[in-house]
Design a protein around this ligand. Sequence first.
Ligand code: TYM
Length: 324
Amino acid sequence: MKARVLSGVQPSGQLHIGNYLGALKNWAEIQGHYESIFCIVDLHAITVYQKPEELSAKIRETAALFIAAGIDPDQSSIVVQSSVPGHAELAWLLTCVTPLGWLYRMTQFKAKAEKQETVGDGLLQYPVLMAADILIYQASIVPVGEDQSQHLELARDIAQRFNSLYGETFVMPATHLPTVGARIMGLDDPTQKMSKSAAGAGHAIALLDDAKVIQKKIARATTDSKPAIDTEEMGPGIANLLTIAQACDSSLTKESVAGMRYGDFKKRVAEAVIARLEPIQQRYREITADAAYIDGVLERGRQHVLPIAEDTISKVKRAMGLYV
Ligand code: TYM
């Protein structure tokens, strides 16, 4: 049996080049080697308020972007998290073995909670639901960007605690980071991670931005005041642009850009990004022209994973002494 891969993206905000280089690109590259399940994690998205009509459109848009970015629905299962009841069910069972202190330590919880007037319980439980997403499929590999590393450590801690309390039940999942692009920073502030929820217009390159917008955003990206690239001492803004360019076009090495003037370098970066995103955007337009196609893919994904999820739930309930 092939090892199983699981990962997910929240259908909130605009998917950006950080999501692509940190996650989707890597998924497309490894999918053929494993049994792959990629989730649109709508139950995670509602840990902060989402307008219902926008959320339901975003779920399909995210599925279309998965496919456009190279996830092949004939090789991988594309699944909406809320369409498989076992995710939420397992999350509750895992909540009961998770010490509260582990959850309060999560840096993403602290950062998100700071921005909310009232902090919902769901925000605290967020990483337990994420552990459930992974453990329900007994996934051994989880390809993510670096910002998810702490959540994955927690998933392993929860699995270990469950296994030691109730007997060997869960496979231990390993974190799989991309070699280039595990942490893409904001164009407007290279000390902050590029994020879907950040407000600034020049912060992120959305996967669906057109060529002109991409050129403009990169031209305005924050750098330092040097005139040209000094490979011995690159500031964070230039280093981030080089990472983006390299992840889009591997011929753009540090050596190949040494001494390049910033203006020329930014033009090269924009060209590499546009060349990478244009075919994805073209494919996205083709896919979204046929609404029934996406629903078909999501239903096929659900049917494929349901028995795996049900099997784990029975195993877990039996291990805990619940009524099966
Ligand atoms: P989300 O929706 O924030 O991001 C989706 C994926 O994109 C990666 N990513 C980045 N990579 C590099 N640079 C960045 N600036 C950047 N921003 C985001 C994320 O690491 C992620 O891989 N909690 C998860 C979703 C989730 C999940 C799961 C992931 C729910 N259940 C189970 C793996 C397994 C999240 O919010 O991702």
